[in-house]
Write a protein that binds this ligand. Structure first.
Ligand SMILES: Nc1ncnc2c1ncn2[C@@H]1O[C@H](COP(=O)(O)OP(=O)(O)OP(=O)(O)O)[C@@H](O)[C@H]1O
Length: 252
């Protein structure tokens, strides 16, 4: 379970997240939506412990992580996999080496077992037999799938996705959506997905939380969000492009 309690995050005195309270249940797919600059990625970085909140508590699998030492935090991070917005593969390593990276770093698995695990994870994401391919030979969608295979290599309890369908065509976006849902089923993970893609949000979410100007203004099932009477939510889901960017965004 992930739980944020009264979380505030300031950057250089500017309040980026305001009194965030959010509980994500085990096995749930929680999708975070909101305009550019509203604080979605900041929320993910707080959950993975890359940022410490200015105030408030962040609970991950029963541990409050804001005050713990780096080595303890690293242990908790082993329970999390992250799929980054731009895949963030190591270009000088093959696909297989990319997926094996965390296993080599953080487990004492024998090479044979690593190879078996890599094979299985690549099969899960539809990239059977691509171990020796180099990242620069892959399309954007394939890179995302390798990134997903890498994130789930150690069977994390939690998988975090930052804009998993950004830059992909609709067919590949659907493929990634299906993988997010099947990954949850196969490794029984809790998932947090940050996205601008409303089609994807409605397709995969158990619940959706909308952030606007650093505050969560609505949380609910896709059906509840679709029927929201909050005018900002209603406008956002009808066409994110028509909503003015958050006031917080100063650099765009
Ligand atoms: N390390 C940082 N230092 C200073 N300001 C930051 C930092 N990280 C984020 N911000 C600011 O916090 C605000 C929220 O940023 P964040 O990246 O969380 O938004 P977002 O909703 O994920 O946006 P996008 O959808 O464009 O990725 C922005 O105004 C951003 O400039």
């Amino acid at each position: 379970m992930i739980k944020l309690v009264n979380v505030n995050m300031n950057f250089r005195g500017k309040q980026t997240l305001k009194d965030i309270n959010l509980t994500i249940e085990p096995g749930e797919i929680m999708v975070i939506i909101g305009p550019s600059g509203s604080g979605k990625s900041t929320l993910l970085r707080l959950i993975i412990g890359l940022l410490k909140p200015t105030s408030g508590e962040v609970w991950v699998n029963g541990r409050e992580i804001t005050g713990i030492a780096e080595d303890e935090l690293n242990k908790i991070r082993l329970e999390m996999g992250m799929v980054f917005q731009y895949s963030a593969l190591f270009d000088s390593m093959s696909v297989g080496e990319n997926v094996a990276f965390g296993l080599r770093q953080h487990t004492s698995m024998a090479e044979e077992e690593i190879a078996r695990t890599v094979r299985r994870k690549l099969r899960m994401v539809g990239l059977r037999g691509q171990e020796n391919t180099m990242p620069n030979e892959l399309s954007g969608g394939m890179k995302k799938r390798v990134s997903l295979a890498r994130a789930i290599a150690i069977n994390p309890h939690i998988v975090l996705y930052d804009e998993p369908t950004a830059g992909l065509d609709p067919i590949m976006s659907n493929t990634i959506d299906r993988l997010i849902v099947s990954t949850r089923r196969m490794i029984d993970s809790t998932s947090v997905v940050v996205t601008h893609d409303m089609h994807s949000a409605f397709a995969i979410a158990d619940r959706i939380a909308m952030i606007y100007d650093g505050s969560i203004i609505e949380t609910g099932t896709p059906a509840m969000i679709k029927q929201s009477e909050n005018p900002i939510v209603a406008k956002f889901i009808r066409g994110a492009a028509t909503l003015p960017p958050s006031k917080g965004r100063s650099n765009t």
